[in-house]
Write a protein that binds this ligand. Structure first.
Ligand code: 3H9
Length: 705
């Protein structure tokens, strides 16, 4: 027998322990080993019942996601799913009670196995879920058929369409599990199995019938779920497929419903949506692996933190620390600024509370972790300081010089600069090995991305500590190099360049924003700039001009600076690229912008023309991919996947396209290169193919090979 599932008998119960580290993912061998172990338990005269349990930290995290790459065609997927369906039916037909004992997570195929067992018990802190939709697929091992039979269609729809795991106590109340075990899970599961072996007839989930009323309510819930998804999951396939599979289960027999599930699953597995989401799943984990930072690099402990600057970013960063339970000093220059910052923090927590995501007590407890101050007192006690003062080189250098004096030698000094040269701050601090960038994205307490910017002298330990800290703050830390704008904003400059030029060439601000939101971004470039502040970009341009540089080569639109000169900074001033009614964030298009676009086009001798949405998407995504390839070649990002993670978590690039680099790969790098060349011919030499792109196309290779 395979050692993927260990077999022993305890107190007359066969204990089948799945042991496939790190998360007991179901490779084909594990599925087979489980079946073999169940068959052995059934045949074993010394066992009256069986317990299926996971070794290590979790029950089963689902099917091995890598397997899906092998399923090249719909037929392959259909065959795989049919094999699993048949196997689970055989488990369910076992003639001795089979109890799943769940700790950690029972996710995807892991929950589907548990559903095919006769009973399920769980540790009180376990979670069960069908997260397949987050991978662009649906449960393909009977989940859409068995789950509604236990908990009803409504809850099954929720679980299969949002993918969020459900805590064990809720799963118990819903009927997904049969009992909670306090204390040792195996002992409790053996006791449960023994009792059931004596007391009750084996219950097969697939034989449960819902009754006419529950079926009718379920079918209505399917319609309601579709209507809700039309708003929240526009453009996606998997959530809708999950609804259809559950619906089929309500309308048909178990076998017919299962067949429908298999067909829908197979179609999803080969979709671009699924390939993109699976790519992001692994890229998100890969990102923490930095080639020259081995796993055993010493990691410092962050017990106390400080943030300098209580503006929008500083306040958000302090909240991120407090939310993670880390006490944080929040420093401002004077009391008035401090109070403004604290009021914003309070307002943010009030909003969280009004949404029911925090209780008043939790808010008070969290806010108590933030200690406001106008001095550097106590900075000698902290393990990390994040500087979030105005984006101004001299001011930041002066702040770092001061921080070098008031903190302990091993304190990490991080800058939240979004563009500036980290090495200059490092020099000013007098302790370059402790200095790096921690570039948060607004709102810093919400957005998951943290760009960890490595300076010339940043120590490995400081990088490793930052990666661990990012996780603790609930963020995805991505290590990037120290170039102007790092990775996110360096590429963004090209995105914005194209947006400005498209405007001058004939598209309108609302059209460009709409095209990009329809593509899947949460907000278009102009709406985004109105939120971030047109003044922020203007000041960066002024700084660059002062050192003789531009952000992205090519014609520089004068419109952003004209808006800045007019005091139109965006939402905060009631006007920017759009107009806003007082107190409202509703964007109202402004003919003045079209007039400016016409004037600027005339100055450049451009004849304005109608521009299709497709051209907007193509120009912007091509600009991102071309610059992304340069970033990679220059070594400022470790992998193409890191760039994808930066864009998906930092700017809400649609996950279903896998990020800007994966999107380019899906389009075909040759197509992207051909577009760059075409644009060069049409618009000018500033469209220059990235050498890496040319090389990969010439060699017939991809960005990920
Ligand atoms: C499915 O089940 C389909 C079925 O319906 C139909 C079948 C026919 N496969 O996340 P972590 C790796 S679809 C392969 O850092 P944590 C992961 O890459 C599946 N590998 O740990 C990482 O590797 P490395 C539905 C997997 O403690 C290591 O394990 N299930 C899988 O922060 C540790 O992972 C899901 O979508 C997998 N299924 O979180 C659940 N899972 O060390 C996916 C993990 O080399 N998994 N790995 O970087 C999770 O959500 C989290 O991993 C979990 C643990 C919450 C379990």
């Amino acid at each position: 027998m395979s050692n993927l599932v260990r077999y022993d008998v305890q107190n007359g119960v066969a204990v089948l322990t799945i042991d496939n580290p790190p998360v007991n993912a179901l490779s084909p061998e594990v599925w087979e080993a489980i079946e073999a172990a169940v068959a052995r338990g059934v045949a074993d005269p010394s066992a009256v019942a069986m317990v299926l349990i996971g070794a290590g930290s979790t029950f089963i995290a689902g099917a091995d996601i890598k397997i899906f790459d092998v399923l090249k065609t719909r037929e392959d997927s259909l065959a795989r799913s049919a094999t699993i369906h048949a196997l689970l039916k055989r488990l369910e037909d076992a003639t001795k009670p089979l109890v799943a004992a769940i700790h950690g997570n029972a996710l995807g195929g892991g929950l589907e196995i548990a559903l095919a067992c006769h009973f399920r018990v769980a540790a009180t802190d376990a979670r069960v879920g069908q997260p397949e939709v987050l991978l662009g697929i649906i449960p393909g091992a009977g989940g859409t058929q068995r789950l509604p039979r236990l908990c009803g269609a409504q809850m099954a729809l929720q679980m299969c369409t949002d993918g969020k795991p459900v805590p064990a106590p809720r799963a118990l109340a819903a009927g997904i599990i049969d009992d909670l075990v306090e204390g040792d899970l195996l002992t409790g599961a053996i006791a449960f199995a023994t009792a059931k072996a004596r007391a009750v007839k084996i219950r097969k989930t697939r034989e449960i019938t819902l009754g006419i009323e529950r079926v009718r309510a379920g079918l209505e819930a399917c319609e309601a779920a579709r209507a809700a998804l039309a708003k929240t999951a526009r453009g996606l396939g998997a959530p809708f497929a999950a609804v259809s599979a559950i619906e089929a289960g309500l309308q048909r027999t178990f076998d017919a419903g299962s067949l429908r599930e298999r067909e829908l699953f197979a179609a999803c597995v080969v979709s671009t949506e699924s390939k993109a989401l699976r790519h992001l799943f692994f890229a998100e984990r890969e990102v923490a692996k930095v080639p020259d930072i081995p796993k055993d690099t010493p990691v410092g402990e962050i017990k106390r933190a400080a943030v300098v600057g209580a503006g929008t970013m500083g306040g958000g960063i302090a909240m991120a620390y407090a939310n993670a339970g880390i006490p944080v000093l929040l420093k401002e220059v004077d009391d008035a600024a401090l109070q403004r910052g604290l009021a914003t923090i309070r307002k943010n927590y009030d909003v969280t509370m009004s949404k029911g995501k925090m209780t008043a007590e939790q808010v008070e407890k969290t806010m108590a972790l933030i200690t406001p101050t106008t001095s550097y007192d106590g900075f000698d006690q902290v393990d990390i300081v994040t500087e979030a003062v105005f984006e101004n080189m001299e001011l930041k250098k002066a702040t770092f010089a001061q921080l070098g004096k008031v903190t302990r030698p091993n304190c990490i000094l991080a800058s939240n600069s979004s563009t500036l040269d980290i090495d200059q701050f490092a020099g000013a601090s007098g302790r370059p090995s402790q200095v790096l960038g921690h570039h948060y994205f607004s709102p810093a307490n919400v957005m998951k991305l943290l760009e960890i910017v490595r300076g010339r002298d940043t120590s490995r330990e400081v990088i490793a500590t930052s990666l661990k800290l990012a996780k603790r703050l609930g963020k995805v830390g991505v290590v990037v190099g120290n170039c102007f704008g790092f990775v996110a904003n360096r590429m963004l400059a090209y995105y914005m360049r194209e947006a400005y030029l498209l405007l001058e060439e004939g598209a309108s601000v609302p059209q460009i924003d709409r095209a990009l939101t329809e593509f899947g971004l949460p907000v278009g470039p102009f709406g985004m700039q109105d939120i971030a502040g047109i003044d922020v970009g203007a000041r960066i341009r002024q700084y660059l001009t002062s050192i003789g540089k531009t952000r992205a080569e090519g014609p520089q639109s004068a419109i952003p600076d004209r808006l800045y000169a007019m005091g139109r900074y965006g939402q905060k001033t009631g006007a920017g690229w759009y107009k806003y009614e007082p107190g409202s964030r509703t964007r109202i298009s402004d003919p003045l912008i079209d007039q400016m676009a016409e004037e600027e086009a005339a100055k450049r001798g451009l004849e304005r023309r109608p521009i299709a949405d497709e051209e907007i998407i193509a120009r912007i995504t091509t600009a991102l991919a071309n610059e992304g390839a340069r970033v990679l070649e220059d070594g400022y990002a470790t992998r193409a996947g890191d760039i994808d993670i930066i864009y998906c978590h930092g700017f809400g690039f649609p996950r279903a396209s896998g990020g800007p680099m994966f999107y380019a790969e899906t389009m075909g790098l040759a197509t992207v290169l051909a577009r760059v060349k075409e644009y060069r011919g049409r618009f000018g030499d500033y469209w220059e193919p990235a050498p890496l792109l040319e090389k990969l196309v010439a060699e017939g290779r991809g960005l990920y090979s």
